[in-house]
Ligand binder design. Structure first.
Ligand code: AMP
Length: 210
């Protein structure tokens, strides 16, 4: 199974990718996670990406395409993978095609902008272990402290409300046209975000015929 997850930032792609990665026993390739790790480690890619990621802009296509081509060549991708957060532009989708990559399905998780803004304004992230909380729907046991490692929780720089709005505008302009791109190839499936993670998982499983 070669699956692409589409959807606005905060739609739950990462959460669902992890669930289906375990269920299907294939890796998730999250360009956001790869870029954040590169930034944390101060690699040349990380240094190049920082100003884009922190201001909510897309990292240039050439950088992302290079990262993904390298990752997909690793042996654990031989039986399939889930792409989370890539492609995000038509040129990225065309680059996948011109590498001979034929995906089985592009699945879009549909969520309104209002729900996204509410969700992301409450997200709190542990800078040390990466755990994610939400002030209302998934609060830590002690306010502002990571349940897992005890570090002080922070707001991801790109989760600040004005940056979320910029990311949503970029999503509608650059990424949403990918739905028509994959629909034209008979590969698009859409599911509506549900009130719980489990219910959204069930909808995706149904759409994929699992
Ligand atoms: P995410 O964790 O998927 O929300 O990604 C966080 C940030 O990483 C995005 O706002 C972009 O700045 C950058 N990024 C991740 N994936 C891509 C991509 N495929 N193309 C360009 N930029 C990306």
């Amino acid at each position: 199974m070669k699956l692409i997850l589409l959807g606005a930032p905060g739609a739950g792609k990462g959460t669902q990718a992890e669930i289906f990665s375990k269920r299907l026993n294939i890796p998730t390739i999250s360009t956001g996670n790869i870029l954040r790790a590169a930034m944390k480690n101060g690699t040349p890619v990380g240094l190049q990406a920082r100003e884009y990621v922190e201001s909510g802009k897309l990292v240039p296509d050439a950088v992302v395409i290079g990262i993904v081509q390298e990752r997909l060549a690793e042996p654990d991708c031989a039986d399939g993978y889930i792409l989370d957060g890539m492609p995000r532009t038509i040129p990225q989708a065309e680059a996948l095609e011109s590498c001979g990559i034929e995906i089985d399905c592009a699945l879009s998780i549909e969520v309104s902008d209002d729900v996204i803004i509410e969700r992301m304004s409450g997200r709190r992230t542990c800078p040390d272990c990466g755990a994610s909380f939400h002030v209302r729907s998934n609060p830590p046991k002690q306010d502002g402290v990571c349940d897992l490692c005890g570090a002080a929780l922070t707001i991801r720089a790109d989760d600040a409300p004005e940056t979320v709005r910029a990311r949503l505008a970029t999503y509608h302009q650059e990424t949403e046209p990918l739905k028509a791109f994959y629909a034209a190839r008979g590969k698009l499936k859409t599911v509506d975000n549900q009130p719980t993670i489990e219910a959204t998982t069930a909808e995706i499983a149904r759409a994929l015929g699992l």
